[in-house]
Design a protein around this ligand. Structure first.
Ligand SMILES: [Zn+2]
Length: 213
């Protein structure tokens, strides 16, 4: 009997600890710019140690693509997106500690936050229309649109407020191997962290310790 009681208490304490530490938020909206229009949604989770960007994407095979080939491509995309978007920046709280920004993409075969059609043959990628042949780097760009980000190349879905064009950015056209994200791409995440964790301003800094430009 005593053993059971102790076990129950340990479980209760663990549950209390978990609920105390975790803060979650939902981010989403619709981007409308010229002929471009898409919906995006993701979740932010602060667990006391890192901020995780959790994004679930419903992949819908179309045009004869099979579930198996879509799932195979998805596994490579998932690994690439998580590493790419999660390896450049972290947050710095005003009272000192660094907080990692992690990405946790989840592809699902059932309706989820975001819906993307997947084609069997190569075709120009769009925010919610990919192909099983799409290179992971291009999908990292399309994933940027599922964070609500604009294109940064002429003729794309450019931010009407800034008209920003940047060929070195992951949001440029046909990003090359040196393409990268910039602090502006994490601004919604930084702002959420500032509103929900710690007290005072939260900065974004490059992993490695240098101040982000
Ligand atoms: Zn794009």
């Amino acid at each position: 009997m005593r053993v059971v009681l102790v076990a129950v208490m340990v479980l209760l304490l663990a549950a209390m600890g978990a609920s105390r530490a975790e803060v979650t938020g939902d981010v989403g909206g619709t981007v409308d710019v010229g002929r471009f229009h898409w919906h995006y949604a993701y979740h932010l989770v602060w667990d006391g140690e890192a901020v995780t960007v959790r994004c679930t994407i419903h992949l819908v095979p179309v045009g004869g693509a099979t579930r198996a080939e879509v799932d195979r491509a998805a596994e490579a995309w998932r690994r690439y997106i998580d590493r790419f978007w999660g390896s450049f920046y972290r947050l710095r709280l005003s009272d000192g500690p660094a907080v990692a920004i992690r990405f946790d993409v989840r592809f699902a075969a059932v309706a989820e936050d975001n819906e993307v059609t997947v084609w069997p043959k190569e075709r120009p990628e769009q925010s919610v229309s990919w192909s099983v042949r799409s290179p992971p780097l291009y999908i990292a760009h399309e994933f940027g649109h599922l964070l609500g980000l604009y294109d940064e190349y002429p003729g794309g879905a450019v931010d009407p407020a800034t008209s920003l064009i940047d060929a070195t950015s992951i949001m440029g056209a046909y990003p090359g191997p040196n393409a990268r994200p910039y602090p502006r791409h994490y601004e919604a995440i930084r702002r959420w962290a500032e509103d929900h964790i710690g007290a005072g301003p939260v900065k974004l800094e490059a992993v490695g310790g240098t101040e982000a430009k």
